[in-house]
Design a protein around this ligand. Structure first.
Ligand SMILES: *Cc1c(COP(=O)(O)O)cnc(C)c1O
Length: 420
């Protein structure tokens, strides 16, 4: 066998008769039920299990928020709302979905640069927490609150003076459009104290898609130290310390799972000292892909099997217009394959090396580049795993005018009376 790096083992979808099962339904049957390919399927039980796993490993008083930009499908957000302690939104549109989910408005926080006045007014009227990204935004929030006769709930989003190392996407440290530079926060807090704003605390988010426990441990230590330093300048003791998230999931060959136990143990070690100095603070971790990414797959159908100069191409009805990230065009520097299988014959009889492409007339429309797969024919289903986050909503659906993908959330919720 070659020593080529492999994908981390994935066990969230059971196999029966060599066919993937989603929420207890065979993928072939699910495709009939959905009525078309391509589609995204999310497994309700896998979402529930992931939240439970986090709760097992993190200190009991860490609150979990769902960062819904990872997957804004309303039914999924609704399910998550029943599992987590809050929802983080990044637009007025996401705010509406979050409010519809029944999450208490003060447990919804709104971050993001360039919030429009209309979006700010909606959030203030709703009573949600605004994570302020600049002094100019603070002045607009204050003016809108006065106009509405409502005291806005606010937190200061801090651009930390350190980076989250080994992160797929850095969102703090150095010059950034996100948050207020840490060194400018004390002056901002002084101005805040003179405005009609209800100060809740700090939001310190340093990066995303991190698989290294040591990097997260270091970031948590620095984040909590920074929060303590900034709290000394606050107009009142912080009630909210959002220490970010950034927990990653394994997408590519050679990547292995985050050691959640190590991250949790480190937080359990760090928190007591901070809590004794900030007894009113709620500690929040906000996660997107870690909560939902592994619970979803993208399914498309092989239209044609084509051999070009000895290479096998499985031409499907799905592609980058539905799943930009799997094509390698959503922030990847070097294109690597997502975990892809032939969903209705995972092991298969014969195996071969094949590339999975979509119907778009561009070489970028590539879902798998020369991967080892079960030998597939027209009509077989290709499943792209690890697709529950940054899938459909992060893809250029209109590019080339092909039909849209559907999304389904599969699996039953506990029946009335079953709940523990
Ligand atoms: C994008 C984002 C998240 C979610 O990131 P994931 O990698 O999906 O966990 C959380 N918080 C903020 C502020 C973000 O911008």
């Amino acid at each position: 066998m070659s020593g080529a790096p492999r994908h981390a083992p994935l066990t969230q979808f059971a196999l029966r008769d060599d066919c993937l099962q989603v929420g207890g339904v065979a993928l072939t049957r699910l495709a009939e039920r959905v009525g078309q390919t391509p589609f995204y399927a999310y497994d309700r039980a896998a979402l529930t299990a992931r939240v439970a796993e986090l709760r097992r490993h993190l200190p009991a008083d860490i609150e979990l928020h769902y960062a819904m930009k990872a997957n804004p499908m309303p039914a999924l957000v609704q399910h998550m709302a029943g599992l987590v302690d809050g929802i983080d939104v990044a637009s007025g549109g996401e705010l509406r979905v979050a409010l519809d989910s029944g999450m208490a408005p003060e447990r919804i926080s709104f971050a993001g640069p360039g919030k429009g006045d209309a979006e700010l007014a909606c959030a203030i009227a709703a009573g949600s927490v605004l994570n302020m990204e600049s002094g100019a935004e603070m002045a607009r929030i204050d003016a809108i609150g006065r106009r509405l006769g409502v005291t806005p709930r606010v937190a200061v989003r801090v651009n930390p003076d350190f980076e989250l190392k080994s992160s797929g996407m850095k969102m703090g440290g150095g010059p950034k459009p996100f948050g207020v530079d840490a060194e400018q926060v004390p002056a901002l807090l002084e101005r805040l104290g003179r405005l009609a704003l209800d100060f809740h605390g700090f939001h310190i988010f340093s990066g995303s898609q991190n698989l290294k426990a040591e990097a997260l441990q270091e970031a948590h230590e620095k984040t909590l130290a920074l929060a303590l330093r900034l709290a000394a300048s606050a107009p009142r003791p912080p009630r909210l310390l959002n220490i970010g998230g950034g927990f990653g999931i394994p997408y590519f060959p050679g990547e292995s799972r985050l050691d959640l136990e190590a991250v949790g143990a480190n937080l359990a070690r760090l928190l007591p000292a901070v809590r004794s100095q900030l007894p009113q603070a709620h500690f929040v971790i906000e996660l997107g892909r870690y909560l939902v990414g592994e619970a979803g797959l993208y399914v498309c159908r092989v239209i044609e099997r084509k051999v070009s100069r000895g290479q096998v191409f499985l031409v499907t009805d799905g592609g980058l217009h539905h799943h930009l990230a799997a094509s390698g065009n959503f922030g990847q520097v070097i294109r690597k394959n997502y975990p892809v299988v032939i969903g209705n014959r995972v092991a298969g009889g014969a195996r071969e090396t094949a590339s999975v492409v979509g119907p778009l007339c561009t070489p970028l429309d590539l879902l798998a580049d020369q991967m080892e797969l079960a030998r597939a024919e027209a009509g077989d289903l290709v499943a792209v795993l690890q697709s529950g986050a940054y899938g459909l909503s992060a893809s250029p659906a209109a590019f080339l005018g092909h039909p849209a993908a559907l999304e389904v959330l599969v699996g039953e919720r506990a029946a009335r009376g079953d709940a523990a």
